[in-house]
Design a protein around this ligand. Sequence first.
Ligand code: PEP
Ligand code: MG
Length: 766
Amino acid sequence: MSAKSETGPPVAPQNERNVNALFRAMHTATAAESDAQARLDTLTRVIAGHIVADVCSIYIRRPGDFFELYASEGLKPEAVHVTRLHMSEGLVGHVARRQEPLVTAEAPLHPDFVYRPETGEEKLHSFLGVPLIRAAKVLGVLVLQNKVPRIYTDEEIGAALAVAGLLAEIAASGELLGKEETATVSEVLRLPDRLVGTPVVSGVAFGRAVLHDAPLAHHKSFAADKGAELERLEDGLQSVRKSVDDLLADEGLSGVSREVLEAYRLFAYDRGWKERLRTHVFAGLTAEAAVERVKAENRARLSQARDPYLRERLHDLDDLSHRLLRHLSGEAEARPRALTEPSIIVAHSMGPADLLEYDRSFVKGLVLVEASEVSHAAIVARALEIPMVSGADGALERIFDGDRVAIDGEAGEINIRPTDDVFEAYRVRRELQSKRQAQFAAERDLPTVTRDGVEVELYMNAGLAIDMPHLETTGAKGVGLFRTELQFLIGDQLPRPAAQEKLYAGILKDAGGRPVVFRTADLGGDKAAAYMRGAAEGNPAMGWRGLRLSVDRPGLMRPQLRALLAAAAPGELNIMFPMVTLVSEIEAARALLDREIALRRRRGRPLPERIRVGAMIETPAAAWRAGEIARAVDFVSIGGNDLAQFYFAADRESPAMQRRYDPINAGFLAFLQTVIERVAETGRPLTYCGEQAADPLMATALIGIGVRRFSLPATAVGWFRRLVRGLDAGLFSEWLTTELAANRRDLRDAVRARLEHLGAPLPEGR
Ligand code: PEP
Ligand code: MG
């Protein structure tokens, strides 16, 4: 897209050249004007001339959601500052309300058209209106009109959008309007706002927003001296490159991926990036504005990409832009920012190390634009009990650094600059939550036995050393599922056997004699480590993952088994295999284990005194043969997350599928019941470790169909114990059996009603 020359102006495609020429003209015209009104008048003239419109008008948002005609080329001058349209009126209101362009060849025929005689627009036919949007708020409307009924071309619409984008930017910066209007604009930008994202870690949190990559102090959009600006850009690029080179030169490079940095370095030296930046500076933008513009272009292009690799690239490019902006502004890169008050960290995406670098006592919540429930940031946030919401599109545009923000990680709500009432409601909710947590902690040693004497054992899920203190605080009996793959995912390379052994030994030590079930690395599928990217699979969830991958790659599994044997010796070792499909896979894995045991014995190394092997039932094939699978091992665990995904044929990673099929479904529960019965016949113990059990209604339904042992997220253990203690399992089970036989459709509501009837203590809001 750009020329090779380092000295002459780079060459951009025709339409981009046109827009750049227009920007240049806008710059020249406005630079000459010191008065805000004169600036606006000149701008409308320049824009009308470039887009060949008979009329170009700029409407600016005023208090009370009115849009006032501030400048016009082509409408009667006496209409300026007289014509005002409310957000609910006219085509201008239409554009503002919908926040999207409106194109029509016959404006008077449009149902929203209103005629204002003072404008003299009766002779006008075609209309192109574009909103001036900033932080998801409409600050004004740019209108182009022509006397002939014509359809504006895509190129013209694109140019109008680009101009409107720039106008919004400079309106917000105070470079376009007078003092009073700028004040209104900032007021509009700071109205309370609300976003709903995906709940990831529950809990209510509030504090001041800290933008992880905070926008820098305001910069000008147009440059006064192009030559000087090009020099600044060059200097900025040089220092960014040097900073990345310096990072790479660091021998220690602990915790930071060399491989990732190498890739990052390539971007820093990318000629295409540099040329695009130069193109914009040649067009008259400041270096900072050019960086923002290229960043927006990249974002538009790459955010559509489905390929996760390309999306990751986007994060790198964003990060690089931020670095460049920091260098341009001369701000030293003090990272992480020191927090001084309760804060909500807001970022596009974030690695676990970044999050851990902040002072934990001040990190109260996390808002990410892009992160799944199994993302590394989510895993760390969950372990640290930091409420988190993801999928918050627009968060970075709508939340300003320092804004008051309240989030509810259970509902996925993000309240930006909430009113005092909303803030107070959140404070009360938070207080209740802390009280409840304190109560749960006080109950942690109470037996988990139902009213009718049925014992339900509660274990917790874990995956990192930082999860382990929860054993003590929740009173869980042990770790029912330790996801060893997290260590593989967080690092930038395959963890060395010594590092694996160290982690496992530490976990067993922290468990203080309580049992820990180590699941061998469940890699592949959505949990592909960056360093082991293989051939792309159309359906990775059903691809080369879990036990399949492990038995095909003994080089991966054997060192892990070795590390587990060494860490657990001479105590007890519980190993569990994920994603089992056939008994033969268990046999293959067992053979690898036996080889490792024999090897240790031959070498005279100590062995665990007891080794128990388990299998996860996560595929319909294993569920159908649950008895046979159970006989091949010492214990089994139902991985409800995967099993439900395959039962309903609904991708657990797909946001569209996430809440589509309720696991409290007569078919699914009856299916699970069969598995439970088949396993019970073998006498092998069974645990349920899918996250669905963290839903109290599902948890009760599972107890109802005979599950007696659970492994849950630590945050669920407290209320689960209380629920168990308040339940009459016999009565509930009897009722549920009849309902399952009747194949009830609205089972969730029925379960809720039944529990209320039985007086079971359901956590609030469920
Ligand atoms: C499951 O599938 O239910 C499970 C516990 O494993 P994971 O969520 O790690 O796939
Ligand atoms: Mg699973």
